[in-house]
Design a protein around this ligand. Structure first.
Ligand code: FMN
Ligand code: PXP
Length: 220
């Protein structure tokens, strides 16, 4: 983003933004557009532009959402890492349908993604786990994510226990911790505009085996 664009964003905040939209036609690729928007978000100085809401659904149809950090994306999908014993992971095991939501407020932009999940490979999960700092690695072992604490000091005690267990050694990658890749079949790019006359650029595909996206626009 240029300095001038930043100033224009500041002045138009809340009333739509002055960033130009890319050309949009049937040949457009939503991953390439996401890449452009993600770069804009990174350059804009927004804290944690990679923070994304993940919505899952329980067997009986109860949706739930939480934030995670998106660690990578490409043509294959959007990846985040978590505990495979967590609530979100249990729900994703039962129902692979998932929705992601990103909001970059300074840019007046929102991206909606719908798709299905698959687990990242063991190698991919281990590679990412091994890149984390030691404290977060120990934390992953200590946290029985989404389970109730049985007593107030349980988490602290478990951290101590695993610090001792791995003292002087590398912290290994736990098999209960890894990535989910969201394979999109619907993506919508929302750009705020004046008078609430926003742009909504949508991409949809019916066949996961190819990269043929249909494009259309929606009323705001
Ligand atoms: C900004 C932000 C980023 C987060 N990133 C992650 C993440 O990448 N992975 C994760 O497991 N939890 C992350 N969390 C915690 C989750 O929001 C959530 O509390 C946790 O994963 C348990 O969710 P669940 O019980 O629905 O499975 C993050 C929270 C915030 C606020
Ligand atoms: C519980 C948990 N797991 C994973 C992450 C992902 O971030 P990182 O791998 O950078 O620690 C976060 C980020 O808040 C988190 O809270």
């Amino acid at each position: 983003m240029t300095f001038l664009e930043k100033i224009r964003c500041l002045f138009t905040f809340g009333q739509g933004v002055a960033l130009s939209l890319p050309e949009f036609d049937d040949a457009s690729d939503p991953i390439a557009l996401f890449d452009t928007w993600f770069n804009d978000a990174n350059k804009s100085g927004i804290l944690l532009p990679e923070a994304v809401s993940v919505s899952t659904c329980s067997k009986d149809g109860q949706p739930s959402s939480r934030m995670v950090l998106m660690k990578s994306f490409d043509e294959r999908g959007f990846v985040f890492y978590t505990n495979y014993g967590s609530r979100k992971s249990h729900e994703l095991e039962d129902n692979q349908k998932v929705a992601l939501l990103l909001h970059w407020n300074v840019l007046q932009r929102q991206v909606r993604i719908e798709g299905t999940v698959e687990k990242t490979t063991l190698e991919e999960s281990a590679n990412y786990f091994n890149s984390r700092d030691r404290g977060s690695k120990v934390g992953a072992w200590a946290s029985k994510q989404s389970q109730q604490l049985t007593h107030p000091n349980e988490l602290k005690e478990r951290v101590k226990q695993f610090e001792q267990e791995f003292s002087g050694k590398d912290v290994p990658h736990p098999e209960f911790w890894g990535g989910w890749r969201v394979k999109p079949h619907y993506m919508e790019f929302w750009q705020g505009r004046t008078s609430r006359l926003h742009d909504r650029l949508c991409f949809e595909k019916n066949d996961q085996t190819n990269n043929d996206w249909q494009t259309f626009k929606l009323h705001p």
